[in-house]
Write a protein of this length. Structure first.
Length: 265
């Protein structure tokens, strides 16, 4: 039997302008994740990636938390499952998603919630928001990338403190360390995320997808190979363009250069 929208734990709202909003909707449990929620969230990102009307995705949580992690009352069901099953792996589907993902973090992002935040391309956090890794506290081995990604963003020493001591990382410190892009008032959280999404939507969609891909793929390589990857993909991009596409690009650039640039962001 279908559940009503108010009962759905993963909400997806597509707007006409190309922005899709995904909301983890279990506020009474601080948006803790059950196995079925993790699968639904993974499938939501897979579907949005295929939907050509969607150009950017904003992910948030209902109520006082972004996501407080896995629902530990269902821990055995979650952790004894196949961690290599990519179809139900939320983070794997986020990483596969070609569309930019903006995380709007309010309240706590704990453990699995922290890992979901790490899978976003851009992060906006509300003042007072906290990121916390409780893997070591509860004897849970990480499998969504936190042990590898965090140290590459905030540095290994700080990452060890956050993970080994289960030390909360505040939004303000996360911003200073380059993990969070913006810290805003709680009431401005979705507004700021929408503003960034709107700026992305205005750009060339094909290039946005290619740019996200080359950035993320390049991060897996050393600098020399990453620069070679950029050259290779640039060659593929321009070599595949027709004369008509070049003319269209030149016309677009000429039109944009005649306008006064906006400094707002």
């Amino acid at each position: 039997m279908d559940r009503s929208a108010s009962e759905k734990l993963i909400l997806v709202n597509r707007e006409p302008g190309g922005i899709a909003f995904v909301t983890i909707n279990r506020p009474k449990s601080l948006n803790s994740l059950t196995k079925s929620m993790m699968t639904d969230l993974a499938q939501a990102f897979k579907a949005l990636d295929r939907d050509e009307s969607v150009r950017v995705i904003v992910l948030s949580g209902s109520g006082r938390a972004f996501c407080s992690g896995v629902d530990l009352t269902a821990a055995e069901d979650v952790f004894k499952g196949d961690v290599k099953d990519l179809e139900s792996d939320t983070v794997a589907q986020m990483e596969r998603c070609r569309k930019p993902i903006i995380g709007a973090i309010g309240g706590f992002a704990v453990t699995a919630g922290f890992e979901i935040a790490l899978a976003c391309d851009i992060l906006v956090a509300a003042k007072g928001a906290k990121f916390m890794d409780t893997h070591a506290r509860f004897g849970i081995f990480p499998s969504w990338g936190l042990s590898q990604k965090l140290s590459r963003i905030i540095g290994p020493n700080k990452a060890r403190e956050v993970s080994l001591a289960a030390m909360p990382l505040t939004a303000e410190i996360a911003e200073r360390l380059g993990f969070v892009n913006y810290v805003v008032e709680e009431g401005e959280l979705l507004k700021k995320a929408r503003e960034i999404a709107g700026a992305i939507v205005k750009n060339n969609q094909d290039l946005v997808l290619r740019y996200k891909s080359v950035i993320n793929d390049g991060l897996k390589l050393d600098l020399g190979h990453a620069l070679a990857l950029e050259k290779e993909r640039a060659h593929e991009y321009y070599d595949g363009m027709t004369k008509e596409q070049f003319k269209k690009m030149q016309k677009f650039i000429a039109g944009r250069s005649s306008k006064k640039p906006s400094s707002k962001m």
